[in-house]
Design a binder for this molecule. Structure first.
Ligand code: SAM
Ligand code: SF4
Length: 323
C-alpha cells in the first residue's frame, strides 16, 4: 500500500484523462477551454500500465476525470481496461453530463460502478448561467438512466454565493425519493479565479446550519473515508455531503493521489508541481520501478495544503487535474 510519512494510506487514484472540456463553468473555464500547450494525453496503454502499477500496490478505486472525460473517444475502452485490472473494485467517472444519455449504458457495460455528475443548479436558467450550456434536461435524463442501471450516483454542486446558495430546498427535494448523494463543494481558489473566488466563495457551514435545523444527522466518519462529511434524514432517501477544503484537519483524511492527463503525479490538488511518470509507463517490465518511484515521491507529500493562505500551487483551474 502507498503510505506517506503521516501514515495516510492511498487506495484511491483520480486519473485525469484529458484537459479538454466542452463546458465553460464560471469558476473553472469561464472563457472555455484554451489550448496553452501541445496536448498529448497518456495513451490507453500508458494509462492501463499506470493503474496496474497502482493496483499492484493496494489501489482499489479509480476515478476517471478531466477536463471532461466524455470528450475522449476511447473513454469506454479506458473504463473497460481499468475495470479488468485485478484489485480494482470501484471504477467511477466524474462528468458534466454532456451527452450522458448516449453514453451511460456503454459505460455501465464496460464495468463502471459509480458516477459523479456535476449539477450546480437544478434551475435550468441558472444552470445555463453557471456552465454556459442549456443542458440541464439532458444531464438529468442521463442521471435518471444511471440510477435505473443501479450505478452509485452522486451530484457535485459547487457552492456559489449569490448563485445557488439559496437553492438548498430544490436540492433537498431532489433527494427525497432518490437514492443519491449531493455533495456541496466549497469553491476553491485556483490560479485563474481569484476575483471570482472573492465574490462567490461561501463556507459550507451555511448548509450545515440549515441541515442541523431541519433534523439532518451527521454520519459517523469511517477511518477510510475521504474528506466529505455526510448527513442523512429519516424522511429522505438520499444523502447530503459537504466538502469543506478550508476547514481545519481537511487534509488529515486525504486518501487520494492524482495523475494529470499528461502523466504527472500531483501529491495534492494544490501542489507546486507535478512529477512525471510517463517515462515509466512505456513497457510492462517497468512496473517495479514505477512503484518504487511513486513510493519515494510520496515522502514529499506535505501534511496540508496552504489554500487558506491564498496559495493554490501550480493549479490554474481544476480542469487541469480533475478536482
Ligand atoms: N468536467 C467534469 C465535471 O465538471 O464534472 C470533471 C472535471 S471537474 C474539474 C471536477 C469537479 O470539480 C466538478 O464537480 C467541478 O464542479 C469541480 N470544480 C471545478 N473547479 C472548482 C473550484 N474552483 N472549486 C471547487 N470545485 C471545482
Ligand atoms: Fe469543464 Fe468540469 Fe471545469 Fe465545468 S468544472 S469547465 S465541466 S472541467
Amino acid at each position: 500500500m502507498f503510505v506517506d510519512q503521516f501514515e495516510r494510506k492511498f487506495s484511491y487514484l483520480r486519473l485525469s484523462v484529458t484537459d479538454i472540456c466542452n463546458f465553460s463553468c464560471s469558476y473553472c473555464l469561464p472563457d472555455g477551454y484554451q489550448c496553452h500547450y501541445q496536448h498529448q494525453p497518456l495513451s490507453l496503454a500508458e494509462m492501463t500500465r499506470l493503474v496496474k502499477g497502482f493496483a499492484a500496490n493496494g489501489l482499489s478505486k479509480v476515478r476517471l476525470t478531466g477536463g471532461e472525460p466524455a470528450v475522449r473517444k476511447d473513454l469506454v475502452h479506458l473504463i473497460e481496461a481499468t475495470a479488468n485490472i485485478s484489485g480494482i473494485e470501484t471504477i467511477a467517472v466524474t462528468t458534466n453530463g454532456y451527452h450522458l444519455p448516449q453514453h451511460i449504458q456503454d459505460w455501465k457495460n464496460a464495468g463502471l460502478n459509480a458516477i459523479n455528475i456535476s449539477v450546480d443548479s437544478l434551475d435550468a436558467p441558472l444552470f445555463k448561467t453557471i456552465t454556459g450550456h442549456d443542458r440541464l434536461h439532458e444531464v438529468l435524463q442521463g442521471l435518471e438512466m444511471a440510477l435505473d442501471l443501479n450505478l452509485k450516483v452522486k451530484i457535485n454542486a459547487v457552492l456559489l454565493k449569490g448563485q445557488n446558495h439559496t437553492q438548498l430546498p430544490l436540492f433537498l427535494d431532489f433527494v427525497k425519493k432518490r437514492d443519491i448523494a449531493i455533495r456541496f463543494i466549497e469553491l476553491m481558489q485556483t490560479g485563474d479565479n481569484k476575483s471570482y473566488f472573492d465574490r462567490h466563495h461561501l463556507s459550507g457551514n451555511i448548509i450545515k446550519q440549515h441541515l442541523d435545523k431541519q433534523g439532518w444527522k451527521q454520519l459517523p466518519r469511517q477511518v477510510t473515508a475521504g474528506p466529505a462529511v455526510e448527513y442523512i434524514h429519516p424522511n429522505y432517501q438520499g444523502k447530503i455531503g459537504l466538502i469543506m477544503p478550508y476547514s481545519k484537519d481537511f487534509c488529515s483524511s486525504c486518501n487520494r493521489l492524482r495523475v494529470s492527463s499528461q502523466g504527472n503525479l500531483h501529491l495534492c490538488l494544490f501542489a507546486s508541481k507535478g512529477h512525471s511518470l510517463r517515462f515509466l509507463l512505456q513497457r510492462d517490465e517497468q512496473q517495479a520501478e514505477l512503484i518504487s518511484h511513486i513510493e519515494s515521491l510520496l515522502y514529499q507529500k506535505e501534511k496540508t495544503h496552504y489554500l487558506q493562505d491564498g496559495y493554490s500551487g501550480s493549479t490554474y483551474n481544476l480542469s487541469m487535474l480533475g478536482g
